[in-house]
Design a protein. Sequence first.
Length: 298
Amino acid sequence: MGDRLVRLGLQLNSFDWNGGPERFARTLANIARAAEEAGFDRIGVAAHFWQHPIMGGPEADEPECYTTLAFLAANTERTKLTAMVSGVHFRHPAVLAKTVTTLDVLSGGRAWLGIGAGHYEEEARGLGIPFPPLTERFEMLEETLQIALRMWSGERGDERPFEGRHYRLERPLNLPQSLSRPHPPVMIAGDGERKTLRLVARYADACSLRPGPEVPRKLDVLRRHCEAEGRDYGSIEKTCAFAFDVGEDGEKAGELVGQLRWLSGMGVETVIGVVPRVDRIAPLEIIGAEVIPAVAEL
C-alpha cells in the first residue's frame, strides 16, 4: 500500500434533512462549511431530478444539481465541486460544458465534469426528457466528451464546426473560458470494461468505480485500455463511491478507517462517500478528527 495519500470526498445524494426545504439553504451551507473544515477534498452532488428508488423514490426531495453546486461554491473556498454524475441525456453537450465552465469561473477553478451514460428511465419518461437506448447514449457520451474538450481548448474554445452523429455545432465558442487549465477535470462514472473504461482511458482524468473485490480487475482493464490509447495510467485518478458511517457518536470510525485501508490496498486513491445523517454535522466533524488524519497516513 505504501505511503499513498487517500483523499475523501463528500457525496450528497439524500436530502431528507431536518427542517425540510424551508431550512434547506441554511443546512446546506452548514454542511459545506463543516466538510471543508473537516478536510474533505471535494463535494459531489447527485445529478438527478427525481430521487432514485434506492434513496426513497420520486416523492423524496431532490434538488437540481448545478444550482446546488453553485450555492456550494459560494459557501466554500477550497473544496472541489462535481456532479455525481450528469447523465448524458439531460443536457445538450454545449449547455453542459457552459454550465461547468460557469461553475469553474465562479468557484475560482474548482469545478469538475462528472458524467456518465445515464440511467433511471422512469425519471426521464416522467419529466419528458428523451431517453435513447444505452448503445445510443454511449455514442452521445463520447461526442459530449469531444465537444466539452473542444470548447475548453485554447482561450476561446476550438471554434471549428463539430459534426457528429448526434450533435452538430457550427461554432463551439466558450467565453468566459474555464479558469482550470487545460480544462476542468473530467470524471467518467461506471466500470463497464468494453465501453466505459475505454472512454476513461481516452478522455478522462478520473474513473468512478463501484467498491468491491472486483476493483483490481477493473483497474487492470483500465490499464490495458490506457496502453492501447497511449495514455499514462498513472495520470488517471482512481475513485469510488462509498458510505462513510461513523455511527451515532463515532464508535464506527475505526471500522471505516479499515474499510478505506481495504480500498486503498486495491488501488483506490479517492473515496467519495455518503454520510448518514449528514445534516447533524457531527458525523463530518468526527470524520475530520478521526478518519481523514488516519487515512492520510496510508
